[in-house]
Write a protein that binds this ligand. Structure first.
Ligand code: FAD
Length: 349
């Protein structure tokens, strides 16, 4: 048995929007929680990939920026005083003799809980990087030059010459969004057809048709190389399948080829998996291992919708299924939040 290890009722793995809302739902049932995330800040994909993008399908908010949604979720969970352990990956999970779970992080911490909620999204997610020689030389610059896989601050790209690569919604959304800031935008895609929403594709073609506008479509071309000096990007080389090349003068390459899903250590925890997702019973969000639950993007069941709002509902399902494990014999009387309010004990101080 682990001794002198911090204990909570529940450990949430992943502080994306869904893990954050789980803190609230658990708190409303008077269950204590700790949350662990590999990233240094809460918010998961919303914070790491698109903090300045507007989201339109959060109930009750006709539009809300992803970063603001994260701030609100953190605020909503605050009365329950969850313990945050950010900037560390969950590496190990072992069941103890008394049935509780001992979790280990990459920083060597150990945490103990009766139940575990995995809200790890795309796992230890990372962007799909185009296979260009020496691409890493141009990554990680904070001044809007070089190679980027997400836009943290639109302003960084003001006045820049950009190559946006990819044919999906992210590539097109950013081409639209940066068109009023950038000096020039080349949209490079290997096919003439885009995989984005039809209105978005129509809007892109309209922008590219304006000879005075900044947008040029470079299709069907794919990325072939990068040119620069002293780690400063100067041009992106693209070519057709037939090998016909073009040199696009550029300060930055924004490559949007999706996220690679990598469960990392979670894959070794003996949970039933399906295509890199954790199989759960949608009524409870319990996995194939009793006491371990999964919610949000990482969880799968028939007709699952990978949306933040589905993850919010799953957080509520899981919290209610976890309550009897943490408080055996205690009857949970059903109450709306309007009746219950935020529990006084938690809100006090
Ligand atoms: P995530 O947000 O992926 O968070 C999971 C967290 O778990 C991450 O922070 C990760 O670091 C952490 N983690 C993973 N493994 C470990 C580990 N072993 N140890 C510690 N931490 C770990 N959805 C919508 O509903 N509406 C939209 O309009 C919308 N727009 C989008 C636009 C873009 C550009 C993108 C990329 C996504 C969009 N989505 C949208 C999808 C939405 O962002 C996801 O559905 C949502 O983020 C899933 O939340 P989550 O909490 O399940 O996982």
């Amino acid at each position: 048995m682990a001794e002198n290890v911090p204990e909570t009722d529940v450990i949430v793995v992943g502080a994306g929007p869904v893990g954050l809302f789980a803190l609230f739902e658990l708190g409303m049932l008077k269950l204590s929680a700790a949350i662990v995330d590999a990233l240094a800040m809460p918010g998961g994909q919303c914070a790491a990939l698109y903090p300045e993008k507007p989201i339109y399908d959060i109930p009750g908010y006709p539009v809300i920026q992803a970063g603001t949604l994260v701030e609100q979720l953190v605020r909503q969970a605050e009365p329950f005083r969850p313990q945050y352990h950010l900037g560390r990956q969950v590496t190990g999970l072992q069941r103890q003799a008394d049935g509780r779970w001992l979790l280990e992080t990459s920083q060597g911490e150990r945490l103990l809980a009766t139940a575990v909620v995995i809200a790890a999204g795309a796992g230890a997610f990372g962007p799909n990087r185009p296979p260009l020689p020496q691409i890493e030389r141009y990554e990680g610059r904070e001044d809007g030059t070089g190679v980027h896989y997400l836009v943290r601050r639109r302003e960084d790209f003001r006045g820049k010459r950009l190559v946006i690569a990819g044919g999906g919604d992210s590539a097109l959304d950013w081409a639209h969004s940066l068109a009023d800031l950038a000096q020039r935008i080349y949209v490079v895609h290997r096919r003439a057809q885009f995989r984005a929403a039809p209105e978005s594709v129509a809007r892109l073609h309209a922008m590219a048709a304006d000879p005075a506008g900044p947008v040029e479509l470079v299709i069907p071309y794919q990325l072939a190389g990068l040119e620069g000096e002293d780690r400063r990007l100067q041009a992106v080389i693209v070519q057709t399948l037939e090998g016909q090349a073009r040199r696009l003068p550029a300060d930055a390459l924004l490559a949007f080829f999706g996220l690679s899903m990598n469960l990392g250590p979670i894959a070794d925890w003996g949970l039933a998996l399906e295509k890199q997702h954790i199989v759960v019973d949608p009524a409870t969000c319990e996995t194939s291992v009793p006491g371990i639950f999964a919610i949000g993007d990482i969880a799968t069941y028939p007709r699952k919708l990978k949306l933040i709002l589905s993850g919010f509902a799953e957080a509520a399902q899981a919290a209610h299924a976890i309550h009897p494990l943490c408080r055996p014999g205690e009857v949970l009387h059903w109450e709306y939040s309007t009746t219950k309010g935020v529990p006084a004990a938690a809100a006090a101080e």
